[in-house]
Design a binder for this molecule. Structure first.
Ligand SMILES: Nc1ncnc2c1ncn2[C@@H]1O[C@H](COP(=O)(O)OP(=O)(O)OP(=O)(O)O)[C@@H](O)[C@H]1O
Length: 201
């Protein structure tokens, strides 16, 4: 399966173009790093690829078709601010189980304490809530994960464990992964290909 950005351009309102004619293709089974300076538009590009934001020009195609507008999203975005990605009126368990029910071993490998599931998002730390969001995104129908500074808020040891779990699952299910990070060391260690965002246009 292929996720493709076809000549994507974005401009907010009447401001200058943020980027123009960005072309990129990500295959299932690939782990691709996306690098670029702060503010160049990487998060915006990911939101468009996942269907959370619209492009000003161009199209996102999943195996040649438009992204589905209803139902579970096959392209899941995990970004650095989990508190902005959840409904504050839902408890963590309801948030995590929105699309599927991760089993006990998945919770263990993501280091999720089952006690957290009965708490409100405001009663969890940023790193705890982020792991709930990661579990939510790993549903069996997910084909691509866009990880936008996904583990920035976790300590180094937890970060390494979470990446191990996500990478193993991505490999076993042949998901495609796009990793956005300023951590060049992380990108070099886990990615099979690296894209400089500024070279996409
Ligand atoms: N809703 C919005 N309205 C207007 N401008 C926006 C909006 N969202 C983002 N921007 C601007 O678009 C630019 C790109 O933001 P974006 O978050 O995509 O960059 P980024 O490359 O991911 O940055 P970073 O590496 O710092 O996370 C920034 O200058 C930001 O201020």
């Amino acid at each position: 399966m292929q996720l493709e950005a076809r000549s994507i351009s974005k401009r907010y309102g009447e401001e200058q173009w943020l980027f123009r004619n960005a072309n990129a293709a990500l295959q299932t089974g690939e782990v691709v790093g996306l690098l670029g300076p702060s503010g160049c538009g990487k998060s915006t590009f990911c939101r468009i690829l996942a269907g959370y934001d619209s492009s000003t020009e161009g199209e996102v195609m999943l195996d040649g078709e438009r992204l589905p507008s209803k139902g579970y999203r096959p392209v899941q975005l995990i970004f650095q601010h989990p508190e902005r990605a959840v409904n504050p009126r839902w408890k963590a368990g309801a948030i995590m189980n929105e699309g599927w029910q991760p089993d006990g071993s998945m919770l263990e490998s993501l280091e999720i304490n089952p006690e957290w599931l009965n708490r409100w998002p405001s009663e969890l730390s940023g790193g705890e809530l982020q792991r709930i969001c990661i579990a939510r995104a790993l549903a069996p129908h997910t084909r691509f994960i866009l990880a936008d500074e996904m583990t920035t808020m976790l300590d180094a040891i937890t970060q390494a464990r979470i990446w191990k779990t996500v990478l193993e699952l991505a490999a076993s299910r042949q998901m495609g992964l796009m990793v956005v990070s300023h951590d060049r060391h992380l990108i070099d260690r886990i990615c099979t290909r690296v894209i400089d965002f500024r070279s996409l246009g």
